[in-house]
Ligand binder design. Structure first.
Ligand SMILES: Nc1nc2c(ncn2[C@@H]2O[C@H](COP(=O)(O)OP(=O)(O)OP(=O)(O)O)[C@@H](O)[C@H]2O)c(=O)[nH]1
Ligand SMILES: [Mg+2]
Length: 230
């Protein structure tokens, strides 16, 4: 939920996805990239990473980022713990009473053998966010680990989204807010589209709030570069 405090705006973005899809790695790479101070978004303070010895997230990770163009705009970024047993915890992170999520970046492990697990994770998200996905909560998809072999592509995932009614046809006004799907690699040395996907999520989140009052705005040309508000 958008928080307004001392003239500042805080937007909450959650990286969601199956265990091991790369959420924590993405957040770390994003942090390193934005720390160099050459982007439109900079991190404030350090990341909070809570993990098991195995590297799997135990509770959540979180970081705070600030827009350098609109200094009063902050992004509170969370990753959930993807392991199946952490479901109640994920729901809590996503939907705390006073602190609902404003945008989701769904992180899929692109290896074909994990397609079912990705769908399961998407279904869980759908069961929690319900009708709010896309309508009120912008959705971005990262097909992560594209550096590996035997992987799915965006057409494969569009089919998944269609099956789950998370993809609008051009006849529907909401189709301009269909999830953008990025082929990504989270490893810092081979990074691909980590910042770009995050930036687009920030942009959509701000547009939903400013032009749609918390819903997907339906009138206007949102490809206008002057609307690059993050
Ligand atoms: N090859 C490759 N490996 C990746 C990529 N992203 C993450 N990994 C590796 O995948 C493993 C799991 O990554 P994490 O970032 O811990 O995954 P997670 O989604 O946070 O997992 P949970 O916290 O359990 O939900 C680690 O060994 C990462 O180095 C990628 O783009 N390519
Ligand atoms: Mg993690």
């Amino acid at each position: 939920m958008v928080l307004y405090k001392d003239g500042k705006v805080y937007l909450k973005i959650v990286y969601w996805g199956m265990a091991g899809s790369g959420k924590t790695t993405i957040l770390k790479t994003l942090y390193t990239l934005t720390k160099e101070n050459k982007k439109e978004i900079v991190p404030i303070g350090n990341l909070q990473i809570i993990q098991k010895e195995s590297g799997a997230t135990l509770y959540f990770d979180r970081g705070l980022f600030q827009s350098t163009k609109q200094r009063q705009v902050y992004y509170r970024v969370f990753t959930v713990a993807g392991q199946t047993s952490f479901s109640p915890l994920r729901i809590k992170i996503f939907n705390r009473d006073e602190d609902k999520t404003d945008a989701v970046i769904f992180v899929a492990d692109s290896q074909t053998k994990y397609l079912e697990d990705n769908v399961e994770s998407l279904l869980e998200l759908k069961s929690i966010a319900g009708e709010r996905l896309i309508n009120e909560i912008p959705l971005i998809v990262m097909l992560n680990k594209q550096d590996l072999k035997h992987i799915i592509n965006s057409d494969n995932f569009i089919q998944v989204l269609k099956n789950e009614k998370l993809w609008y046809s051009p006849k529907n006004k909401l189709h301009i807010w269909n999830p953008l799907i990025y082929d990504t690699c989270a490893l810092y040395e081979h990074q691909k589209d980590i910042y770009r996907s995050f930036h687009e999520c920030c942009r959509r989140t701000a547009l939903y709030q400013i032009y749609g009052d918390g819903k997907a705005p339906l009138e206007g040309d949102f490809s206008d570069p002057s609307l690059l508000i993050s």
